[in-house]
Ligand binder design. Structure first.
Ligand SMILES: [Zn+2]
Length: 185
């Protein structure tokens, strides 16, 4: 026998102007997540910049019968630079929905003082102390992969230092670019 329906779940997306579109209303939380994830995966062609899952209490009298379960913001990806990097809540976790990239950041399930990040396309995973450090690790991963083709067998110490300097500048540039995009959006 079915349990009594007490709540419904609605995935909602919004444009920069705050114009909202409700993607559906579901009795199961998992269905709302599936629909929202499917949308985020294809959001590249839209001007949607934020999303959330809103919960409504059923047969509830009053103003408090609605709350937001999870919120998402769209950002430039530190790895592929596409605007497909969706950050959940207040930097709680993040994932790039670009299928060729898939970079992610997540707090460790068992150890809350530890953060993990990864780039499945390159089969890389790293640890970090917090979200910001995890984000920097992703930028570093990208810089390393970019320079990997030219980094082998540097002939002299000077050349090696030059290479390190260039890597550092690339990382700085990437940081600057992503900050810049944040500001200009
Ligand atoms: Zn990406």
């Amino acid at each position: 026998m079915e349990g009594v329906l007490k709540q419904v779940f609605a995935p909602i997306v919004a444009t920069p102007g705050g114009s909202e579109t409700t993607l559906g209303v579901f009795s199961k939380e998992e269905d709302a997540w599936d629909v929202l994830r499917a949308f985020l995966a294809k959001a590249g062609e839209t001007d949607i910049v934020s999303g959330n899952i809103t919960v409504w209490e059923i047969d509830y009298v009053g103003e408090d019968g609605q709350f937001i379960l999870a919120e998402f913001d769209r950002n430039p990806c530190p790895v592929c630079e596409e605007r497909s990097f969706w950050v959940e809540g207040d930097n709680e976790r993040a994932r790039c929905y670009n299928l060729r990239c898939g970079s992610w950041i997540e707090q460790n399930t068992f150890d809350s003082s530890r953060w993990d990040c990864g780039w499945p396309a390159a089969n890389w995973e790293k640890r970090a102390d917090d979200y910001k450090q995890a984000f920097r690790r992703l930028i570093e991963m990208r810089a390393q992969s970019t320079s990997a083709g030219t980094e082998h067998r540097m002939p002299s110490r000077e050349a090696w230092l030059n290479e390190k300097d260039r890597e550092r500048r690339t990382i700085q540039q990437n940081k600057f670019n992503s900050l810049n995009e944040d500001i200009t959006e």
